[in-house]
Design a protein around this ligand. Structure first.
Ligand code: IFM
Length: 467
């Protein structure tokens, strides 16, 4: 039987984010976030739900640490709620909010689990949104202040810091497509927002390094390989366009100190920028954004296939047949993880890479005796871990893997209908119930290895070595 053994010291973890699991939205002085406000607007969340209580991690965190200890994890990637720490986004710090993270960090360390916080996972304080949010450059300065407050309090114990999670989603889904808070549909604003997010990353990285001895600082980017539907020039250009829009718009400034010229030209051609100069980019910004990082966090879920439509415009090709999709409608494409890792290593050479998110939404109801047999999730995870191992074998400096997610949680505009967790959460009692994948992941972590499937993988879950 094939067994892929990971290097000694490989870091195994799970990931969550504050807005998706914490709840406690009105407790102990927490301020309102843009997602609290957005979710309260009828029609914005598919199942009409709200993240006000979510998984109640705010109260049940000790129990959640026990779950992680049971899984044998080495690290927990969570995010810090900016409005819990600074209810108005700047100014006075809410000590009760800081106490919560302080206790969480101590609890993790006592359990032998490394805290791996992200400062921003999309929950901007509404007070800052009221003053322009991320389209206002001042929000980047407020973020640096917030970073200083948090790093000052936790930096004696927390050494691995991530500034942002998936700035593409915050900028594009939130300000260009309107599916995420604050729900704007303004491409020009989205570009300004993207720049301010990146700028705030650079400024916060400097602050963390100043506040925390031996800090390791990184940013988390989502990445999908982009394939052309056919080899014709128009389809290949559509793929180039999406790669610039989705991947390189963030990778290039962070690792090369410049925006990708072809993608800038695309934005000018569409009228989203008046010209290539980008007035919101000030002297020194790109140097701050591109300061050397200790690691890159890569979030991988699927690939994108592009073609040119009848008018020559780039269009996404609907993914493969239903049997090969997760509940999110995303194609199961494990070899894309290996491709992403190899591409990032080749083109951008980060010192170290963590897979900071990878996982799948499947709704598997509890069966007899409460067992949740989520075989498709296990197949998905196994195939992706084999792909990650394939990249390691080709020299990618991959240091760890964080599974998304510990718990079924608030999946943004979808509400609670999309279930990514290793543990189901009872909507009434918030009781955690392990799925088969939790037992399976525990075995992977204990063995530091992933085995061949004992049954054939589900359709479409081709092994990375087939690539
Ligand atoms: O739930 C999200 C997470 O907040 C960010 N990355 C993708 C996940 C699944 O959609």
């Amino acid at each position: 039987m094939r067994k892929d053994i990971f290097p000694e010291g490989f870091l195994w973890g799970v990931a969550t984010s504050a807005q998706q699991v914490e709840g406690g939205a009105r407790e102990d002085g927490r301020g309102e976030s843009i997602w609290d406000r957005f979710a309260a607007i009828p029609g914005k969340i598919a199942d009409g739900s709200h993240p006000g209580i979510a998984c109640d991690h705010y109260h049940l965190w000790r129990e959640d640490i026990e779950l992680m200890r049971h899984l044998g994890l080495g690290a927990y990637r969570f995010s810090i709620s900016w409005p819990r720490v600074l209810p108005q986004g700047r100014g006075f710090a809410n000590l009760a909010g800081l106490d919560f993270y302080d206790a969480l960090v101590d609890g993790l360390l006592e359990a032998g689990i490394r805290p791996f916080p992200t400062l921003y996972h999309w929950d901007l304080p509404q007070a800052l949104q009221d003053r322009g949010g991320w389209s206002d450059r001042d929000t980047a300065a407020a973020f640096a202040h917030y970073a200083a407050v948090v790093a000052g309090r936790l930096g004696d114990r927390v050494k691995c810091w991530t500034t942002h999670n998936e700035p593409w989603c915050a900028a594009t889904l939130g300000h260009e497509e309107g599916h995420h808070a604050p729900g704007h549909r303004d491409p020009a604003e989205a570009l300004r927002v993207a720049h301010h997010l990146l700028l705030s990353h650079g400024w916060a990285a400097e602050v963390i390094r100043r506040e925390v001895a031996d800090a390791e600082v990184g940013i988390v980017l989502i990445h999908s390989p982009v394939h052309a539907a056919t080899d014709c020039a128009a389809d290949r250009d559509a793929a180039r366009w999406f790669d610039g829009f989705f991947n390189r718009w963030y990778l290039d400034p962070v690792f090369r100190g410049s925006y990708p010229a072809d993608a800038v030209a695309d934005r000018v051609a569409r009228g989203h920028l008046a010209g290539p100069e980008m007035p919101f980019v000030a002297a020194g910004d790109l140097a701050a954004i591109s300061q050397p990082l200790d690691f890159l966090g890569l979030n991988y879920y699927s690939r994108v296939v592009m073609r040119a439509d009848a008018d020559g415009r780039p269009a996404a090709v609907p993914p493969a047949p239903a049997g090969e999709l997760t509940d999110m409608g995303w194609e199961v494409y494990p070899r894309g993880l290996q491709e992403s890792l190899l591409r990032i290593h080749r083109d951008y050479a980060p010192r170290k890479i963590y897979i900071t998110e990878n996982g799948a939404a499947y709704d598997d109801p509890a069966g007899a005796a409460g067992r949740i047999a989520d075989t498709r999730r296990i197949d998905y995870l196994r195939a992706h871990l084999q792909a990650a191992h394939g990249a390691l074998a080709q020299g990618v400096p991959l240091a760890g893997y964080f599974l998304w997610s510990l718990l079924d949680n608030f999946e943004w505009g979808y509400g609670y209908g999309m279930r990514f967790g290793l543990f189901a959460v009872d909507p009434q009692t918030r009781q955690r119930m392990p799925k088969d994948s939790a037992h399976w992941y525990r075995d992977v972590v204990a063995a530091n290895a992933v085995d061949e499937a004992t049954s054939p993988p589900s359709r479409g879950e081709s092994r990375a070595s087939d690539a």
